[in-house]
Design a protein around this ligand. Sequence first.
Ligand code: ADP
Ligand code: MG
Length: 336
Amino acid sequence: MPMNEFALIKRYFERSDDDKSDHGGAVVQAPAQGVVQGIGDDCAVLSTDPDYETVISTDTLISGVHFPENSDSRLIAQRALRVNLSDIAAMGGQPSAFLLALTLPELNETWLEGFSRGLREVSDTYSCPLVGGDTTRGPLSITISILGTVPRGRALFRSGAQVGDTIYVTGYLGDGAAGLGLLDVPIQGDGSEARSVDYLQKRYWQPDPRVSEGLILRDYASAAIDISDGLLADLGHILRASCVGAELTMASIPLSAPLIDTGTKKEAITLALTGGDDYELCFTVPIDKVAMLELKVREGLLSAFRIGEISAKEGLICRDGSGTVVDFSDAGYQHF
Ligand code: ADP
Ligand code: MG
């Protein structure tokens, strides 16, 4: 079987303290002092200050792979920065600044005008300035590296979930993947179908990084991840990192009205579980903190939907309304 993205990273780039031998691949990451979290979470965490830690992450968008060629440059920029902010949110981080590595096929000022405007809009909204980067010529690709901060010892990791914890997501799932499938559909008129398509396309291009939620979740969550590759795949990362299993109640997965309007209920739930591009957070909360967390939700300080529970039995089980187990074994976007 060909290697997937995660096996590739593990084989060639990950390195543990007790395994410093070369596996036949080019092992490049040496263990270093001050690395609180290396490869394997939404961000790396570096100990840079007596009081604060730095969270840092990078993501690339390639034309024709992550967005259709000839897309609006303002939207490309917005999406690129928003998905990076989402990884900071998943760690409970406060965004500080970002770097932009831009590869352009040509110098097109109209394109650059839109791109820089889109970038500024998001950068201003999240008080996260552009502080450097690199510009080269080649097929269009955008790489953003982003930094944030967390008070020492307060970052949220994928590895903290415990048996009995309640599983939540911060918002509607499936919209991003549905929006991606509808990017070519023109918005005509302002009927309900046009409004649904418009909403779903916006959810793809302008995902809402849950930065303020992440800051609140530092006080409540035992584990967190942002949903870029689909709920089942990304919750799967929490389960593997925490050595636990989970049971999900499919009827509790939050679905938006536009998502349900544009297809069948079954298509909506499949997109919610296995589609990517939502950039909501999935997080777990220990039983003694659930009541306080839900109070925050009722006070309107946090958006969170309870979707299941962490269990001791390894694996991820989805139950429908009648309690029957449903199989979604082929879940999640794989780059390879
Ligand atoms: P995310 O979806 O949160 O961006 P990924 O699934 O892309 O995370 O990556 C999983 C983990 O592997 C992350 O910790 C990421 O930093 C790390 N990673 C991905 N590609 C590489 C690489 N080429 N070298 C080292 N680490 C990598
Ligand atoms: Mg992530």
